[in-house]
Design a protein. Structure first.
Length: 388
């Protein structure tokens, strides 16, 4: 940790004092497993009063979205202040108060493309965890070639009428709203004629069906639209120019997937896990743990660097593919190491939240947000500029 300026040192002292006074003891366990995360939304059931109180207190300060503008409910912090906040939270092993696709994906897109009324309507509710969003991008015939999507929208008076199907819509069955790519001009070239719509999930025209995974979990869903409706004002950006918004959001999704995987890995250190398992003396496992922790630290610093570039207006761009790929590989390596360290104990299923289930779930990291093969192709062609 570099030495703080006098002003930043005072900010650190204020943050530390506030966290010490306001973070409930139950929220100081560093837990990052799926069931310990607060997802927010109309239907979210808090694990405890402490979890609810922690979200409310952090949201009141805007610290669920520390670097978003204060006028939209965010914390308005600088990059340096945000880093201090994260460091002080790590000091007391505080849980992340809220995780959501609204924070990770939709919010940045609204800040870049949304109208002022859209920002003021949606961003504060995202910060407070009142609405849970899901993403309607991929379709059965439009995965990596996303611009081939066929879900269509037809303007009927003041509303868009939507028909079609999306797939791999994570947590659609638990979400309140969906941000969705819809073809609104069927005669235009495939990258044109697409609009970015905000749609309420609570209506008869939308049905979700969970997709069962080998891990036993079902975060992914199929989503069916049958004459679903949304007001014409719920277009983000320009009508038929949704691909511009989609490309911007994809960079945040890919970078966000990598960052989220690091959040999940930020609980107990591998040294602690190996020590509890009695395998810390194994030189192969110990070396693997050291390598994984160093890679995680390097990745975290790289994410900070690109976050600075994005804040300066340069965006993450194609580097988001690199962040997504690295986050995926580090998370897979981490769970592989834990499986090896725990041996037969790791095979105890423990419902959907055992080590084996988490290990199996990492395999999906290589697919969601763009496959690892697609990410490597982007890295080779657009970052390394290798010949095709």
């Amino acid at each position: 940790m570099s030495e703080d300026s006098a002003e930043l040192a005072q900010f650190r002292a204020d943050v530390a004092a506030w966290l010490d006074a306001n973070c409930p003891d139950e929220m100081r366990d560093g837990a990052t497993d799926h069931d310990s995360i607060c997802w927010g939304g109309r239907h979210f059931v808090f694990q405890s009063d402490a979890q609810r109180l922690w979200l409310e207190r952090m949201a009141q300060r805007g610290w669920t979205a520390p670097r978003w503008p204060a006028e939209y409910g965010g914390g308005g912090l600088t990059r340096e202040e945000d880093k201090v906040l994260r460091e002080e939270m790590a000091r007391i092993h505080a849980r992340v108060p809220l995780f959501s696709f609204g924070l990770m994906m939709l919010g940045p897109a609204l800040l870049a493309f949304g109208r002022e009324d859209q920002k003021r309507e949606h961003l504060p509710r995202i910060v407070r965890g009142e609405i849970r969003w899901c993403q309607g991008y991929s379709e059965p015939g439009a995965g990596s070639d996303l611009a081939s999507l066929q879900t269509r929208g037809v303007l009927d008076g003041d509303e868009w009428v939507i028909n079609g199907q999306k797939i791999w819509t994570s947590y659609a069955d638990q979400s309140d709203m969906i941000f969705c790519l819809v073809r609104t001009d069927r005669e235009a070239p495939k990258h044109r004629g697409i609009s970015f719509l905000l749609v309420d999930m609570d209506q008869p025209g939308i049905e979700t069906r969970p997709i069962k995974l080998i891990s036993g979990r079902s975060p992914f869903c199929e989503t069916f639209f049958t004459d679903a409706r949304t007001h014409k004002d719920n277009v983000v950006g320009e009508v038929n120019r949704g691909w511009d918004v989609a490309k911007y959001l994809l960079t945040h999704e890919r970078a966000g997937v990598g960052g989220f995987l690091q959040t999940l890995a930020a609980g107990r250190s591998l040294a602690e896990i190996l020590n509890d398992a009695g395998t810390l003396d194994d030189p192969v496992l110990r070396a693997g743990a050291m390598r994984c922790e160093v890679d995680s630290l390097a990745f975290s610093l790289t994410c900070d660097r690109y976050a600075d570039q994005a804040k300066a207006g340069h965006g993450t761009g194609d580097a988001s593919a690199m962040l997504k790929y690295l986050g995926t590989e580090i998370n897979k390596d981490r769970l592989e190491l834990i499986m090896s360290a725990l041996g037969s104990e790791a095979t105890d299923w423990e419902g959907d939240e055992g080590i084996a289930a988490n290990w199996l779930r990492t395999k999906a990291n290589s697919i969601e947000g763009g496959t690892s093969e697609i990410m490597l192709s982007i890295i080779s062609r657009r970052i390394l500029e290798l010949p095709q």
